[in-house]
Design a protein around this ligand. Sequence first.
Ligand code: KG4
Ligand code: ZN
Length: 347
Amino acid sequence: MNAAILGIETSCDETAIGVVAGGVVLANRVASQVPLHARFGGVVPEVAARNHLLSILPGIEAALADAHLAPAQLGGIAVTHQPGLVGALLVGVQTARTLALCWNKPLVGVDHIQAHVWAAMLRQPDAPPVALSPPFLALAVSGGHTSLYRVAGPGQMTLLGRTLDDAAGEAYDKFARLLGVAYPGGPNVDKLAQLGDPARFKLPRGMRGRADVAMSFSGLKTAARLHMEALQAQGPLDAQTVQDLCASFQQAVVAQLVHVTQKAALQQGLRDVVLAGGVAANHGLRAGLAQMCARQGLQFWPVPLAWCGDNGAMVAGLGEALLAAGQRDDPHELDAVPTGLVKRRAG
Ligand code: KG4
Ligand code: ZN
């Protein structure tokens, strides 16, 4: 058995700690801050950082206890050092640097989005090894990113295309706020969408007729807002209308993501398609991509639901692969690099 790797994730609003050995998830503790941020309608960076400070050491102790491991038995420490909210990232990075020095363990900083994608390789203790291997196509959909990558190995991702405006998760969260659906918007809109009629409202499905695989969600958000405002002018929306709006919005998001993913897979000649990131938990998206892959003879690898949202297991998993490939960071120098992920307040 490989020595286990500790993974630390504090880039946004989850204090998440995982332990992984040989791709097997031995522990996955997530202390969610959702209730703390809900009343603000979005993540407040300073609140997030302060709560990471409170939760991180108890989280590490609990995860090691879950995995029945003492610190001395660890093979290394991995931490998300980019992208994310700077104060939030710093808590994880400083903790990881300190523990790496105190426990004399190798340290590696990992990219949050790459970790989301590499989560497709993770498995439960009783599951057979995952038969996926690079190169493969990855669609990474989160609150801050919506991108397609060609993945050649751990930490080796070439960007093929991305959203030109909002990320898919951000579009969900903004749409939910406009509609008065409770925070966090994405999962709640997904639930309502399953009860609605996706054909009731016609909404734009991204940019067609382009040679590249760029995406856009701001036109969809505006069109949905105009429908909503026209309906609201006639009185409060009934439950069926809210569900139909959610279903129509979800169908438009899914149609666009399925379209560009199919195009990228065919352009790149890749047979394996990974779906990763918080929005990968979306029922409509999982079903839409599964159908497209079956039609095209592609193999579909959605990240298991347990590891779609931000978690420490994905960080430990990618960290394990990077450490095995000889990658190391200096515990005196590893720094937080915030650029990229910004979870804006919806609106
Ligand atoms: O990856 P993640 O947990 O954090 C970031 O790295 O951003 O993604 C969070 C995003 C949020 O925008 C949330 O609303 C969205 O993922 N999300 C969903 C679903 N579950 C989470 N969006 C649509 N349907 C879902 N089931
Ligand atoms: Zn994420």
